[in-house]
Structures are given as structure tokens and as C-alpha cells.
Ligand binder design. Structure first.
Ligand code: 6GU
Length: 225
């Protein structure tokens, strides 16, 4: 999969996408991420990409021209499955969205800043608008890093067996069960006996029960759908 990201603060994306599993995904050649600085499509020599909003009001708006040029140029080389705009008024990003997007070949992600981008770009170029939750971030970059991570780790081959996505929280509308590692007794706090029993069937049943119980207690909304 290839993901292109358009941003006015590309530095914000480097670290989250340059380590751990996202780094491995890229080293293995399973994921390519290219971050493009919007300023290269600025309207003047001062690097202007934003302007005052029509109708007045505080805050700048990202202009049509730099974004349109950026998207046109990038789209000339490949067909994007989705042109995604990161915005707090977008559709809530969930595991199901990650699952679906992980089947894409090419994604283009636009990170907004200031008051956001001119509505005409949303109307004429954007095919999907995503939010990562009901709070406001200073820009779309951290949200973009979140979705690239969530999508990237689902690409076949990125995770090894130990980190398999199949047992993650949310994968079956269930939270993950508790996990333990050595020692079996730490300060008198004991690991549940069943996990030491070696009876794989019993362990699976126990994990499922724990997952159900956790979900009922913490996220009953997941089971109401
Ligand atoms: Cl995608 N962008 C911004 N700026 N804030 C957010 C968000 C996105 N999702 C939640 N808050």
C-alpha cells in the first residue's frame, strides 16, 4: 500500500510513522508513506497557503489553489482509492474503517490546519472525511498518524504471529481480555490458574468470557449495535 499525505507541518508525522511497527512495515516494503509539504504548491514566493475567511471571523482557511495543484499532481501518477480529509467534523474513525481501508492500494490524506480547508476542495476532491474522536486537535497530522498506524498494521505481513491483529480489542466488537507474563507470582499477586493449566481449549474459553465481561462493564455500547 502507498499512502501520500499533504501537510503544512510534515515534521509532526516523521516520528510517529518512523518507528516500531510502522518502520518495519516500510522497511519490509509493505507500506510506503510519502509526506508532501503543501508549501511547494504555495501561491507566492512567501509560501502562502492560507488566507482570511470570507464573511469575516477569526482564523485562516487553507486556500483552494495549493491543495488543488497538490492533489492534481499526485493524482496524475496514480489512482487513489480514497482522498481523505482529516477533520473533527468527519465520520468517526473506527476499527471497521481501518479494516476496510487496509485493502486499499493508494490513499491520499489531507491534513487541515487553522480553520480548515476551503469547502470547495471538500466538495470537489475529497471522497472521505475522518475524525478520530470528539475533541479538537491543532491540526490533522496527529490524527493522520493515528489512522496510518491503525491501517498499516493490518496490511498482511506487517504484524507477526505474536502481535496478530485477530485478537485485538474491537476486532469482534469485543475488548481484549487481560494478559499476563512471568513470574506467575509477583508479590503474592497470582496469575489466574487456568492460564498455567496448559489446556488450550479452557484458556480460549476463559479469554472469551473475560473479553465479554470487560466489554459489558466498560463498553456496553459495542454490543448494542
Ligand atoms: Cl481529524 N483533526 C483535528 N484537527 N482535530 C481532530 C480530528 C482531526 N479528529 C479529532 N479531533
Amino acid at each position: 500500500m502507498r499512502i501520500d499525505i499533504i501537510s503544512v507541518v510534515p515534521e509532526l508525522l516523521e516520528s510517529p510513522l518512523g518507528h516500531s511497527i510502522m518502520k518495519r512495515a516500510q522497511t519490509k516494503g509493505l507500506l510506503e508513506v510519502y509526506v508532501h509539504h503543501l508549501r511547494q504548491w504555495a501561491v507566492n514566493e512567501y509560501g502562502q497557503v492560507d488566507d482570511y475567511q470570507y464573511g469575516g471571523g477569526a482564523g485562516m482557511v487553507m486556500m483552494c489553489e495549493p491543495l488543488a495543484k497538490a492533489i492534481d499532481q499526485l493524482s496524475a501518477d496514480r489512482k487513489y482509492d480514497q482522498v481523505i480529509y482529516m477533520t473533527p467534523d468527519g465520520e468517526r474513525f473506527e476499527q471497521k474503517t481501518a479494516n476496510r481501508l487496509s485493502l486499499s492500494e493508494n490513499l491520499l490524506i489531507i491534513c487541515g490546519h487553522y480553520k480548515g480547508i476551503d469547502q470547495r476542495i471538500r466538495d470537489h476532491y475529497v471522497t472521505m472525511e475522518l475524525s478520530i474522536g470528539d475533541y479538537v486537535l491543532s491540526g490533522g497530522e496527529l490524527a493522520a498518524a493515528v489512522i496510518v498506524d491503525a491501517i498499516g498494521r493490518l496490511i498482511p505481513g506487517v504484524l507477526n504471529d505474536e502481535t496478530s491483529a485477530l485478537t485485538d480489542s474491537f476486532q469482534d466488537d469485543l475488548l481484549a481480555p487481560p494478559v499476563y507474563t512471568r513470574p506467575a507470582d509477583f508479590r503474592g499477586w497470582k496469575v489466574p490458574e487456568i492460564l498455567l493449566s496448559g489446556d488450550l481449549k479452557k484458556v480460549e474459553e476463559w479469554r472469551y468470557e473475560q473479553a465479554l465481561q470487560r466489554t459489558r462493564e466498560r463498553r456496553p455500547d459495542l454490543q448494542e449495535e
